[in-house]
Design a protein around this ligand. Structure first.
Ligand code: FE2
Length: 385
């Protein structure tokens, strides 16, 4: 996050002696991204973060592709993904390309006996259902319905859930997730026209230093494999840290919609960006107020982009029937638009309570075996009059 933050104790000067009460040194670690060219933080550990005890056999979690090429409007019934106890095992990639993987998950249990680190991708975990705490060495972030948790690659974390009824929509991004550049000034500050500002960003709090030695299992994901590591020190042994690289959160409910006299185009809903894709939030808002306005969207051709909508809550004015957790994929190359009747129905309406997350990837998405299992096979015919 392009916003400085610090928690715990740090020395006045970087790269200088910083000692424990017993006179020994804390272990400094630079956590940097894009080489040494982008956001970074300096972390002070009770012990060096390098004490590997054992290394298990890696195993594959690579998505199994069922439909590599296609040109069909597709819908997935996301809540048909079955709940599973374990957080990692519950994550089912459904739509993937070389820029991002989109997964659905319904984990029942908190992570207790292991930690997880995604070393290949930033993660955006959208909390559709459930609440709890994202625990990291940088501090904790409490989450509730509607939060986007943004977890930069390399962050070791645990998810602690309050109840077993959790539904997550997860984006793994192989490039850094960031607020759109056009929302920020030359110093990185979010500008007046941005739909959210720094006050809306939830940063880590309640740093807990676990000064512990033992056996600590960390499952590390890299290049589609999970590497089971056992480290000799607790990964959350941060005494303190400072910098710009850390997990953060934004609630979809804090995204302030931009409206106009006429229908506003999708970029006004943009929330985050990665390389070759954007993430947008459709939130409750007043409709267009030109006397002859048509609130429903126009038909549109995504000439060079697929379009994924994940329906969260409320009535969706352009669709005939959608359910919570449903995904639609409208591939680039053919037009799509409002369902029959929804244009007329939208005229005169003053507001919408729809809530949805949209992802526009600029390279085609492939469908996985898990996606095919929850597909509504007749969706492509749903525009028939
Ligand atoms: Fe669309």
């Amino acid at each position: 996050m392009p916003l400085y933050h610090t928690l715990g104790a740090i020395p006045p000067k970087r790269h200088t002696q910083f000692r424990k009460p017993d006179g020994t040194l804390y272990a400094e670690e630079l956590v940097s991204t894009e080489g040494f060219s982008s956001l970074y933080s300096l972390v002070y550990h009770a012990y060096p973060p390098t004490i590997v005890k054992t290394l298990g056999e890696p195993y594959s979690v690579e998505p199994k592709i069922a439909r590599e090429k296609h040109l069909k409007h597709t819908s997935l019934i996301g809540f048909n993904i079955q709940p599973e106890d374990d957080y990692l095992q519950s994550r089912k990639p459904v739509l993937v390309n070389s820029d991002l993987h989109i997964s659905l998950a319904a984990p029942r249990k908190s992570m207790i006996d292991y930690f997880y680190k995604n070393s290949q991708a930033d993660e955006v975990v959208f909390i559709h259902q459930g609440s709890g705490v994202l625990k990291t060495g940088f501090g904790n972030i409490k989450f509730v319905y509607g939060d986007y948790l943004v977890i930069p690659r390399g962050t070791i974390y645990q998810m602690e859930f309050d109840t077993p009824d959790n539904r997550l929509f997860i984006v793994e991004s192989f490039s850094p997730i960031r607020p759109p550049k056009r929302y920020r000034n030359q110093y990185g500050q979010l500008m007046e026209h941005s739909p959210y500002c720094e006050r809306d960003i939830k940063r880590p709090a309640d740093l807990e230093t676990h000064d512990e030695k033992g056996d600590f299992k960390i499952l590390i994901k890299k290049q589609g494999l999970i590497y089971p590591y056992v480290y000799g020190t607790h990964p959350f042994d941060f005494i303190g840290w400072d910098g710009f690289h850390y997990p953060w959160a934004l609630s979809i409910h804090d995204f302030e919609p931009i409206t106009g006299r006429l229908h506003q185009p999708p970029p006004v809903h943009q929330t985050f960006e990665g390389n070759n894709f954007v993430i947008c939030s459709f939130v409750p808002r007043k409709f267009d107020y030109h006397p002859l306005s048509i609130p429903a969207p126009y038909n549109h051709s995504n000439v060079d982009s697929d379009e994924v909508l994940y329906y969260v809550d409320g009535d969706f004015m352009s669709r005939k029937s959608v359910v919570k957790g449903q995904i639609t994929l409208h591939p680039g190359g053919i037009p799509h638009g409002p369902h029959p009747g929804s244009v007329e129905k939208s005229i005169g309406k003053e507001s919408t309570d729809e809530l949805a997350v949209m992802i526009d990837p600029f390279r085609p998405l492939m469908l996985t075996e898990d996606a095919i299992k929850i597909e509504d096979e007749n969706y492509y015919k749903s525009w028939q009059m």
